[in-house]
Design a protein around this ligand. Structure first.
Ligand code: SAH
Ligand code: DHB
Ligand code: MG
Length: 222
């Protein structure tokens, strides 16, 4: 009952705000056809990432967790000409689907997909001096969230915004004794966000098509 109403409200936002278009719908359809898990951000969340990137004037964006490129399309569309989105994906098959979806959305020239476990590709970005990134969207495996925070900080500057998806997981986050690696990773992320003097963080719970979940935001202030 609640889920039905949450979904109906997301559907209403989608239609009244015209959150979908052919390229985004096409990316969802091709991801589904390829058998990818349907866990991309919702359209209103994609638009939120897009607006945040535009409001910040982001020219360099890092994404950890590409899947079929749905959130990457939203982020890439916020970039100016000459801007760059680097998105990291462990699964070659996901990266292939994303590559085609980004091309169909006419943003492929703005996006570089790096294939491999992010903990293996992030050091290369640091070594190359690929940063600083203006915005980082962390949406891959949850046990590694604390490590992704550390790498993000190495690739950031004061003013960089870090965004973390799936930080609530139906309230699973409350279980301090959890043996679930995702819950433990997320709780460790929050402890690190709170303890890090270079960051000011907040988090929001969300309900909608993706159930009960949430997003955390951390601004690099120093
Ligand atoms: N941001 C996407 C959804 C990402 S889903 C969107 O909203 O459209 C999470 C993705 O992270 C999956 O494609 C998964 O294969 C990838 N992933 C999981 N573990 C990873 C790792 N260690 N390194 C990089 N990517 C990983
Ligand atoms: C899962 C991962 C996600 O990034 C998400 O947004 C929803 C679900 C998952 O692994 O189940
Ligand atoms: Mg997610």
């Amino acid at each position: 009952m609640d889920q039905e109403r949450w979904t109906a409200v997301d559907d209403y936002f989608g239609s009244v705000l015209a959150l979908d278009d052919a390229a985004l719908d096409g990316a969802l359809a091709s991801s589904r056809d390829a058998g990818l898990p349907e866990i991309q951000v919702a359209p209103n969340q994609g638009r939120l990432l897009h607006l945040l990137a535009r409001a910040m004037g982001a020219k360099r964006i890092l994404e950890i967790g590409t899947l079929g490129g749905y959130s990457a399309i939203w982020l890439a569309r916020a970039l100016p000409e000459g801007g760059r989105l680097v998105t990291l994906e462990a699964e070659p098959k996901h990266a292939e689907v994303a590559k085609a979806n980004l091309a169909r959305a006419h943003v492929a020239h703005l996006v570089e997909i790096r294939v491999g476990p992010a903990l293996e590709t992030l050091p290369g970005l640091v070594a190359e001096g690929a940063g600083p990134f203006d915005l980082v969207f962390v949406d891959a495996d949850k046990p590694s969230l604390p490590e992704y925070l550390e790498w993000s900080l190495r690739l950031a500057r004061p003013g960089t915004m870090l965004v973390f998806d799936n930080v609530v997981r139906k309230g699973g986050i409350l279980d301090e004794a959890s043996t679930d690696a995702a819950v433990r990773g997320t709780r460790r992320l929050f402890e690190r966000l709170a303890a890090e003097p270079r960051l000011r963080a907040t988090a929001l719970q969300t309900v909608g098509t993706k159930g009960w979940d949430g997003l955390a935001f951390a601004l690099v202030t120093g």
